[in-house]
Design a protein around this ligand. Structure first.
Ligand code: ATP
Length: 237
């Protein structure tokens, strides 16, 4: 599995005339968690959107398992096993938990054996809430639903945009355990958060974006020794 990777190399991404990413490189292998942090507007969401085919690269390249993809669409990336869970979670408010999960079966990759019951096994709380409407869920339940729904597509790589945002500490620790069990099945995760407090428990590599550029990158040991640089890049988050 170690040659199975998702990588973005030297990517420039624009919104109209405004450049949001400048030569950003980031990669993740199966079974690994890479944490991506940075201040507001640093380019974290833009990076995940670019890696899921939702935003085009003006320069640079996306590679899946080492192979360059030319102008990949979100459908191409989904077929390649990339699932993106956006910050707003995109739960259908007037559908039940069960219906929100069932919808994912429509875009499920060929060969996926994941179903609604597997999402319930991963998040037992969702089974208890199966008939609740999306709009009635707590923040933590919405996040579980968004991740459970992404898992139904049997991703090889899961891109999570600030999944811990606004959640109570006990909910956060439950989510950390769920992500750990997903990773143990061989899924590679890019975990975006504003800082490394929670990601430090899960990730082996750490990347900081600073004004659309990689400002710092390192492993766990580097994170522990380079504290001054890391906290100055993340200050104000
Ligand atoms: P946050 O923590 O606030 O989500 P972020 O690190 O995810 O921040 P991005 O959302 O990727 O940052 O934004 C990067 C830059 O691109 C910012 O300057 C932002 O204003 C700009 N930007 C983001 N989305 C758009 C858009 N749809 N149109 C124009 N500019 C955008």
């Amino acid at each position: 599995m170690e040659h199975e990777t998702l990588a973005m190399e030297a990517a420039d991404v624009f919104y109209g005339a405004a450049q949001a990413l400048h030569g950003v490189s980031l990669s993740v292998a199966r079974g690994e968690v890479v944490a991506l942090a940075g201040r507001n507007g640093a380019g974290k969401s833009t990076t995940l959107k670019a890696m899921s085919g939702l935003l085009p690269l003006s320069a640079g390249v996306l590679r899946l398992d080492g192979k360059a993809l030319s102008t990949p669409t979100p459908e191409d990336m989904n077929r390649g096993g990339i699932a993106y869970v956006p910050e707003d979670r995109q739960i259908f408010p007037t559908l039940t938990v069960e219906e929100n999960l069932a919808i994912a079966k429509v875009v499920r990759r060929g060969g996926s054996t994941w179903g609604v019951d597997d999402a319930f096994a991963l998040f037992p709380r969702l089974a208890e809430r199966r008939r609740a409407l999306g709009q009635a869920l707590s923040g933590g339940e919405k996040q579980m639903l968004a991740i459970g729904r992404a898992m139904i597509c049997a991703p090889r790589f899961l891109l999570l945009d600030e999944p811990m945002e606004g959640l109570a500490p006990n909910i956060v620790s439950g989510l950390v355990e769920s992500i750990r069990s997903i990773v143990a099945t061989g899924v590679g995760v890019i975990l975006v958060e504003q800082n490394f407090r929670v990601p430090a428990e899960l990730a082996s590599r750490f990347v900081i974006l600073d004004s659309g550029r990689v400002g710092w990158a390192g492993d766990k040991a580097a994170l522990e020794t380079d504290t001054a640089r890391v906290s100055s890049l993340l200050s104000g988050t």
